[in-house]
Design a protein around this ligand. Structure first.
Ligand SMILES: NC(=O)c1ccc[n+]([C@@H]2O[C@H](COP(=O)([O-])OP(=O)(O)OC[C@H]3O[C@@H](n4cnc5c(N)ncnc54)[C@H](O)[C@@H]3O)[C@@H](O)[C@H]2O)c1
Ligand SMILES: [Zn+2]
Length: 368
């Protein structure tokens, strides 16, 4: 018998959530990587705000720096953009000693991480997440990838960063809409695994959700990031515990794909998806209707949408059936039998989900 013993690096990595990290980007990257070249990947909005600062710091730490700028938003999470990065890096003669520096939200870390995973059979990357979603969730755990027109995240890889440096000062410049969308992923972690986060989100809602106050949000981000890290440790390859993180995502992803990634921010689509999953949980796995209603109300109080703008059409149902989490016998969804718990559930048919979705169409909202 031939054995292949492998030790996939890195065996562990640091997630730091703190103020002032971008100004020290050079020394932070240097602390995890010895090579000479840093390939920064960012998007237009983040570049305008923070690109120069990060490049300056990397150069001061002795890196030779290139900068690639993606358009802002979900539509940049495409194979086309990944190819643009590969081509640019190949033209520059980027070698395997280079490090990719992802500076931006979940879209940037997914695209940059995937480009790093696949270029020259894999080069290192490090994440500087600048959104609530990026810092609490997306940059951690090594799932990287892009969308296809036919489905979210259909192309991807597992490729962990060498470190995640979340500078909470960057949250100050988020638009209120992007900020609130980020809170949806924290609410998700609360509903399926860390119920103590929910009253704290309530507190945030009371304090107002227009302008993020890093000092108020940072403890929540830290708690969500540590829950994410624990889940990834328990199930690195997404075969058990980690699947629970898809709560709200089956419907959310279908909504995103059906609109060509235009109509909702990811967190907004997930919020509507969670409202649907909560109502379905009442019908299928015994979630207390009062708890479901309270959770739905929390989302609304955070300024998140919980209703479909109109009855979803065929594109939505097709995308839902194509979701990669589809089991052989039907659509698999994460449900919530009690707040703080999750359960993988295979829908025997779409009838109940159709009823739930109809109950959530704006203006007709009522009981499923
Ligand atoms: N890989 C994973 O495990 C994982 C987990 C959760 C979400 N995701 C993915 O993350 C994506 C959503 O992440 P997102 O909401 O961060 O999206 P995003 O990267 O598109 O950022 C949202 C918007 O905020 C802007 N922005 C980013 N940082 C800013 C800042 N500091 N100040 C001002 N504007 C800023 C961006 O330009 C963009 O327009 C989705 O594609 C989702 O599938 C991945
Ligand atoms: Zn998500």
């Amino acid at each position: 018998m031939i054995r292949v013993r492998i030790r996939v690096a890195p065996a562990e990595y640091e997630v730091r959530v703190a103020p002032g990290l971008l100004a020290r980007a050079g020394s932070l990257v240097r602390s995890v990587h010895r090579g000479a070249v840093a390939a920064v990947v960012t998007d237009r909005t983040v570049d305008r705000l923070y690109g120069a600062k990060v490049v300056r710091s990397l150069e001061a730490a002795g890196f030779e720096v290139s900068r690639s700028v993606l358009p802002a938003g979900e539509r940049a999470k495409s194979l086309h953009r990944v190819e643009t990065l590969w081509t640019r890096w190949a033209r520059m003669g980027l070698g395997r000693d280079a490090i990719v520096v992802a500076l931006g939200g979940g879209v940037v870390s997914d695209v940059a991480g995937f480009a790093a995973a696949s270029y020259a059979r894999g080069i290192s990357w490090v994440a500087f997440p600048t959104t609530v979603i990026g810092q609490a969730d997306a940059a951690i755990g090594g799932k990287v990838g892009v969308n296809l027109a036919s489905g979210k995240n259909l192309i991807g890889a597992f490729h962990h960063p060498l470190a995640v440096f979340a500078d909470i000062d960057t949250l100050r410049t988020l638009t209120p809409r992007a900020y609130r969308a980020g809170l949806a992923e924290i609410a998700k972690i609360g509903m399926i695994a860390r119920p103590h986060l929910l009253p704290r989100l309530e507190g945030l809602a009371r304090a107002g959700t227009r302008v993020p106050r890093p000092s108020l949000v940072a403890p929540l981000i830290r708690a969500a990031a540590s829950a994410k890290a624990a889940t990834v440790e328990a199930d690195e390859r997404d075969q058990g515990a980690r699947l629970a993180l898809n709560f709200g995502h089956t419907v959310g992803h279908a909504l995103e794909a059906a609109s060509g990634y235009r109509s909702h921010l990811h967190g907004e689509a997930v919020s509507i998806g969670m409202a649907a999953a909560l109502r379905l949980s009442v019908l299928e796995v015994g979630l207390d209707p009062v708890d479901a209603m309270e959770a739905e109300t929390l989302l609304a109080r955070l300024g998140l949408p919980t209703r479909f703008r109109r009855e979803p059409g065929e594109a939505f149902w097709k995308a839902l059936a194509r979701d990669k989490k589809r089991g052989r016998s039907g659509v698999r969804m994460v449900l919530c039998p009690a707040i703080g718990e999750s359960k993988l559930f295979t829908l025997p048919a779409l009838t109940t989900l159709r009823r739930v979705v109809r109950s959530l169409v704006r203006h007709t909202g009522g009981n499923p």
